[in-house]
Write a protein that binds this ligand. Structure first.
Ligand code: ADP
Ligand code: MG
Length: 619
């Protein structure tokens, strides 16, 4: 071995990844070309930036380009770039461990999704290591942009480890020599490679030369007129810019001259990988100025809740030499953020109207982002609210309605939008709150996701209407349109019964007991007088802090004076006070349970047995 040569073992994860790659998941082996070209383009882009900030760059006059050569007698394909190259440490870090995005995501997907989601895994590229799908030997010749860098070669058979040696004469950048396995010879054929590069390479923003011939014209798709672009071109571009493997779900292409000159091309991917537990998606909209990349992931370019978008925003108004640091607090970037966010929300609204079914599919996967936006993006929350969809007491199970549609069905005098939060539609329908609203022909939205509580709190109003939880104690609902059946208990009896119930339950658990007009089929309902502490909020606090639980909820109990059970209860409170007390205690716990406010469920069961006993052995 040469001086300064060293052998290294792959990190365990790399080893594992290589095993998978070699015994391949991918039938589509040609993707390695795309991965290596994309790395070359990344390295060139990084160099372009380095040149702006560093005084000294090794071989500063080398043109920024990608050179691909095939050699069918040596059975190789070589991909060379004049990008930033790598130092010895960087070779170890970048090509011997999994610290970088592409392959890291892949490994996460693999370990977290398991075998069942193997189709999903096809949506991730495995980056550099994909070369081993076709190679029995890979060499990476490189020289860093740093003037004191070494001339090096990294080589590996992809089995257990790699070597790094000196390689005098290597120019700045990287040259990857892929020695093909016997059965993969096709990739040493220039025409085959040309075919692979054809559609994809036109979006690589640097010249690509294949065996000395230019194959791409560098093209900024987002600055071309829409009519000159085919669907295939859009999709290819999405795959390039988003490093994606799927088809985009939506695309929005727009140009504006005022208030800013903007060309933007944004895509919504097929999947929300956050739903699979892969962690937060990384923002993926790059910022360009007149075709030149300023930053591929600028902070603050779009609000965080739009991190699922992929694409490009190009603004001719940006100063070309803007630094990444100064960009973060640039007023211009904030303005771009506002304009593009607004346009995108308008776009989604239009899509929702023109193809509700397609929007429904998007909503099912991406609604979390919208809801996060409402809770975190004060400026946009009202426009995002337009895009929300919920089931309601007036939709069929599984069908969704918008807040605007709710408004069209609302009663003339109705000044609120009512909702109920619960674990499911069935749970909400089984609860005691809905009946009063249904009896009055009032629609109630069903909010069934944990985040919905935050959403309605953050929103608090929609249009002219307040968003109001239907379990609130202070609601005046007016007269029911369908009068309730049955004779009510006399007023003085009601008063006595309420007092009896209140003294049985105790002041610390019940604020007030009264007969109310809400109930139709249930004997009693617990109403939450605390505007700030919903049942959901309370449960969340209990879950987060089990040792320091909030005190038992104090509620308002509304009884239904027409209900048979209440009338009977009144009858026996003097003749059989022991049984009456038992019934009151159970009635109260039942009401708390239905309200999601019962902390101690054990007594519900033991008391149930006592009641059964009493029923089976009447005094
Ligand atoms: P990713 O591109 O998603 O980061 P890859 O597996 O494709 O993952 O590449 C791993 C890392 O190796 C890159 O992040 C980069 O730092 C380095 N690398 C790969 N190819 C090159 C190249 N041609 N020039 C410089 N660095 C490279
Ligand atoms: Mg890569």
């Amino acid at each position: 071995m040469l001086e300064n040569a060293s052998s290294h073992a792959f990190q365990a994860e790399v080893q594992q990844l290589l095993d998978i790659v070699i015994h391949s998941l991918y039938t589509d082996k040609e993707i390695f070309v795309r991965e290596l070209v994309s790395n070359a383009a990344d390295a060139l882009e990084k160099l372009r930036h380095t040149q702006l900030t560093e005084k000294e760059v090794y071989e500063a006059d080398e043109p920024l380009e990608i050179r691909i050569t095939t050699d069918d007698s040596a059975n190789t394909i070589t991909i060379a770039d004049s990008g930033i190259g790598m130092t010895r440490e960087e070779l170890v870090e970048n090509l011997g461990t999994i610290a970088h995005s592409g392959s890291k995501k892949f490994m996460q997907a693999l370990s977290e999704a398991g075998q069942k989601e193997s189709s999903l895994i096809g949506q991730f590229g495995v980056g550099f290591y994909s070369a081993f799908m076709v190679a029995d030997d890979v060499k990476v010749y490189t020289h860093s942009w740093k003037t004191d860098g070494e001339h090096l070669v990294w080589s590996s058979d992809g089995k257990t480890g790699y070597e790094i040696e000196e390689a005098p004469g290597q120019k700045r950048g990287s040259r990857i020599v892929v020695h093909l396995r016997e059965d993969q010879k096709e990739f040493s054929d220039g025409n085959r490679i040309k075919g692979i590069l054809e559609s994809y390479s036109s979006f690589v923003p640097f010249p690509i030369l294949l065996n000395g011939e230019r194959v791409n014209k560098v093209e900024a798709l987002w600055r071309k007129p829409k009519n000159d672009i085919t669907d295939e071109e859009y999709t290819e571009f999405y795959k390039f810019i988003g490093k994606a493997w799927d088809e985009p779900r939506y695309r929005m292409h727009f140009s504006a001259d005022a208030p800013l000159e903007i060309n933007a091309l944004l895509f919504v991917p097929q999947e929300n990988t956050e739903l699979f537990g892969f962690g937060q998606m990384e923002a993926g909209v790059s910022l360009y100025c007149k075709n030149v990349l300023i930053d591929d992931n600028p902070e603050g370019l779009l609000p965080e809740w739009l991190r699922f978008l992929r694409g490009v925003i190009d603004s001719a108004d940006l100063p070309l030499n803007i630094s990444r640091e100064s960009m973060q607090d640039s007023a211009l970037v904030r303005k771009l953020n506002r304009v593009v966010t607004k346009r995108f929300l308008k776009f989604l609204d239009g899509e929702a109207k023109s193809d509700a079914e397609k929007y429904g599919e998007f909503y099912q996967k991406f609604s979390r982002f919208l809801k996060e936006g409402i809770a975190t993006d004060h400026e946009s929350k009202d426009s995002i609210a337009k895009l929300l969809r919920f089931e309601s007491s007036m939709t069929e199970k599984g069908d969704l309605t918008s807040l605007d549609d709710y408004q069209t069905r609302a009663k003339d005098e109705q000044d609120s939008i009512y909702y109920l939060i619960g674990d499911s539609r069935a749970a909400i329908e089984a609860g005691p709150y809905l009946e009063a609203f249904q009896a009055r022909g009032l629609e109630v939205l069903f909010l069934t996701e944990p985040i919905d509580d935050y959403v309605v709190r953050s929103l608090s109003t929609y249009g002219e209407k307040k968003l109001v939880s239907a379990d609130r104690a202070d609601l005046e609902l007016g007269d029911a349109t369908t009068p309730e059946e049955g004779e009510a208990l006399a007023e003085d009896r009601v008063e006595g019964l309420c007092e009896f119930i209140k003294s049985e339950i105790g002041e610390e658990r019940v604020e007030k007991v009264e007969a109310g007009s809400r109930l139709v089929g249930s004997p009693a309902v617990a109403l939450n007088p605390d505007e700030f502490m919903s049942a959901q909020m309370r449960r969340m606090m209990q879950a987060m802090n089990p040792d320091d639980a909030p005190p038992p909820a104090k509620v308002r109990l509304e009884i239904n004076a027409r209900h048979e059970l209440i009338k009977k209860l009144d009858e026996i409170r003097e003749s059989n006070p022991d049984l009456a007390k038992l019934v009151v205690a159970q009635l109260f716990d039942n009401a708390l349970l239905a309200a999601g406010l019962l902390d101690d469920k054990k007594s519900l069961i033991t008391r149930g047995y006592d009641l059964m006993n009493a029923a089976l052995n009447p005094a």
